[in-house]
Ligand binder design. Structure first.
Ligand code: HEC
Length: 205
């Protein structure tokens, strides 16, 4: 009996500690003029890791104008990662070629845009970054899923896809043109897979 009473008293003391005055999230408070206990960050402060001074990098624009220049140099390994990210995030709708015939489109979802149309070929790199970041029409933005740098790598790969379907012999370095002819002669039927030979097919889109 004594033990039980002692335990109760002890528990009572502990409870006092648990009831330390504090505000719950979104609770009202008379302390501040706006009546809210939760305070916003003071004006002009930036949370660690959120300083976004490089406008081109984070928005694809400079002074509101879309940029065509990538905000950092794209190496071959970057392009490979761009391809991988593209295949994960974009192919379900846009297809591996970027022609808009991804699997979910084949299964009846809304037609996604083909990148192989003049308007999009002429769009600046920053435009694609903006579409990936903020979405476009029926397409949602991918800012939540795809980090900034990866978005640019995807843009680089979209550019590579565009070129793959729309290039002329002049786009091939002079010392490599011989290789094109050689492989075309070897396998004439596979010639449509060569970037140069595929250009006419791309006009259909
Ligand atoms: C769930 C399907 C879906 C996915 C995934 C998707 N898109 Fe789209 N995308 C669309 C649709 C649909 C449109 C056409 C939207 C419209 O016209 O309203 C579109 C349009 C576009 C356009 C053309 C905008 C214009 O000016 O016409 C670009 C560029 C684009 N998407 C890039 C991407 C990239 C890059 C990814 C991957 C990060 C991606 N999309 C992922 C469905 C998708």
């Amino acid at each position: 009996m004594f033990l039980a009473a002692a335990a109760l008293v002890a528990a009572g003391c502990r409870q006092d500690m648990h009831d330390t005055p504090r505000y719950e999230a979104y609770e009202a408070s008379a302390t501040f003029a706006d009546g809210r206990a939760s305070r916003g960050a003071p004006t002009g402060t930036v949370a660690r890791g959120w300083l976004r001074e490089d406008e081109a990098l984070y928005t694809g624009k400079v002074a509101g104008e879309l940029v065509d220049q990538f905000p950092f140099a794209i190496a071959h390994a970057d392009l490979m990662r761009g391809q991988q990210r593209f295949n994960i995030y974009c192919t379900p709708c846009h297809g591996k070629l970027g022609d808009g015939h991804g699997m979910v489109v084949q299964r009846g979802l809304r037609q996604a845009a083909s990148y192989h149309q003049d308007r999009l070929r002429e769009e600046k790199a920053g435009y694609f970054f903006d579409v990936i970041t903020n979405g476009f029409g029926a397409m949602q933005g991918y800012a939540e899923q795809v980090p900034v740098r990866d978005r640019w790598l995807i843009v680089a790969y979209v550019r590579a896809l565009q070129l793959s379907q729309h290039a002329s012999v002049n786009d091939v370095p002079a010392d490599k043109r011989g290789e094109l002819d050689a492989s075309a002669a070897e396998t004439p039927s596979a010639s449509t897979e060569k970037p140069v030979a595929a250009a006419p097919a791309a006009e259909k889109h």
